[in-house]
Ligand binder design. Sequence first.
Ligand SMILES: [Zn+2]
Ligand SMILES: [Zn+2]
Length: 303
Amino acid sequence: MLAMQLKALHQKLVCVELPDREPGPGEIRVKVAACGVCRTDLHVVDGELPNPLIPIIPGHEIIGRIDALGAGLSGMRIGERVGVPWLGHTCGVCRYCRNGEENLCDHPLFTGYTRDGGFATSVIVDARYAFPLGEAGTDASLAPLLCAGLIGWRSLRIARSESTLGLYGFGAAAHIVAQVAAWQDRKVYAFTRPGDLAAQSFALGLGAAWAGGSDEMPPEPLDAAIIFAPDGGLVPLALRAVRKGGRVVCAGIHMSDIPSFPYALLWEERQLLSVANLTRADGVEFLALAQKIGIVTKTTSYP
Ligand SMILES: [Zn+2]
Ligand SMILES: [Zn+2]
């Protein structure tokens, strides 16, 4: 299903030849080598998120090399490979920025949503929000780390599972999180659309201890569950699968309405949370970890 959606998005996209404007003070120009497609790009293109920049160039899993430096930058060089994530700018002065929660900034800019993104030959970036990547790994293999990986990592931390973790929706983010969780010695239970045996065997191949349909109960209660699929109907199902005191984390930026459910599913201190965006600290932490673990991403390249 996601593959079909990606194909549809790919058909809608036009690769943009940007005028090679020079970067302003504090900015860099990045020549794009690869840019992943995230579920959020589909939400942007389908008009499901409020107040996008229009027209907008989507794409926020950008890998490329710096080809121009704005004034006042040191510590970055022409030719250096960088990754550009969803978080494109924060104000630095609101209560959230001052409190180390820049993911919740009151006046942010997001790459490919409220500032132009990476489905283009090059992109102008606020240098403070680009991550140096080094030379290990191919451009395409690194791209999914920039959002699926980062948001997955933040979700995993917030889920606080001790030993058992459920993942609802086994796509880009889950296939990365499953590798991290397995490396942390957690047991991963993968939930897919009922009957999606291909996704279930993909999950098992990545180290999941069990895979089944989202309408099934796992063999043991979960410490936590992360919902990656944008389907509000999964919330009561995930609450039903977590133990007393367990957490259900909604990791997407958009979700269909959550159906009403009996209070008993939330009772006993189960918690329901969402994860929004990322901080630069998440990025630094996760990209180093990804290299240490040797995360392998599965990608399909389009011209
Ligand atoms: Zn994304
Ligand atoms: Zn702020």
